[in-house]
Design a binder for this molecule. Structure first.
Ligand SMILES: C[S@@+](CC[C@H](N)C(=O)[O-])C[C@H]1O[C@@H](n2cnc3c(N)ncnc32)[C@H](O)[C@@H]1O
Length: 215
């Protein structure tokens, strides 16, 4: 299968940025129903959002969130996010060009990592999981919502068959399951729920254990 690169991601999302919000409105209405709101509701404290994209989560963070730092590889997506922040006068947010697989952040400096529909696009998901583990404080949480392989064998086989084409066209892995990558990075999985058509929508909570037994 074609191995994607950061250049592939940048090219694909710069190209499709203009249509992204419209596509997501459709996707969330018919497929991911409520998953974004669920993910954002789990965030607290100092939040790192990887693949912040056009910033659709930014207006949704609640009062339990002190600050959000968002990273993305696509400048075109970031430009839309910056416009959203300015238009809606959203405070507590900083946006940066940056790579989820190698973040310019100190270790143990965040309470929450959040990835909404980003994990399927990251070229090296284990590297991104390890970065999240490094940057989270002990007791911190990684919240993910994602689309992935169906729970139905026939649908799963069909998805596997068309995945190489989708990867080439839009740099997205449509059968990726984030759980093994998170476990490989050291996370404890505390919740996995599947929903949406064919069970393709994942809602995942993963915790960085606190050896001292604190929060
Ligand atoms: C499908 S969009 C999701 C955007 C947003 N999270 C949302 O919920 O609408 C995936 C985003 O992840 C970004 N992305 C993919 N790989 C990345 C990486 N390694 N580091 C930072 N951003 C990345 C893409 O540029 C794109 O904006």
């Amino acid at each position: 299968m074609h191995q994607t690169s950061n250049e592939d991601i940048t090219k694909a999302f710069n190209k499709n940025a203009r249509l992204y919000d419209r596509w997501m409105t459709f996707f969330e209405r018919y497929v991911a129903q409520g998953a974004r709101g669920w993910a954002v509701s789990k965030a607290y404290g100092t939040v790192i959002e990887i693949g912040v994209g056009s910033g659709l989560n930014l207006p949704l963070y609640g009062p339990g969130v002190e600050h959000v730092t968002g990273f993305d590889l696509s400048e075109k997506m970031l430009a839309i996010a910056r416009r959203r922040v300015a238009e809606k006068r959203i405070d507590r947010v900083q946006l940066h060009h940056g790579d989820a697989q190698a973040l310019d952040l100190p270790s143990e400096s965040a309470d929450t990592f959040i990835s909404t529909f980003t994990f399927c696009t990251i070229p090296a998901p284990l590297a991104a999981s390890r970065e999240a583990y490094r940057v989270l404080r002990p007791g911190g949480v990684f919240v993910l919502t994602e689309h992935g392989r169906s729970t139905y064998p026939l649908a799963r086989a069909l998805m596997r068959a068309i995945e190489p084409l989708i990867i080439r066209v839009s740099a997205e892995h449509i059968t990726r399951d984030p759980v093994p990558y998170l476990m490989g990075a050291g996370f404890t999985i505390t919740e996995v729920r599947r929903g949406g058509p064919g069970g393709i929508v994942f809602r995942i909570l993963a915790r960085k254990d606190d050896p001292s037994g604190g929060h």
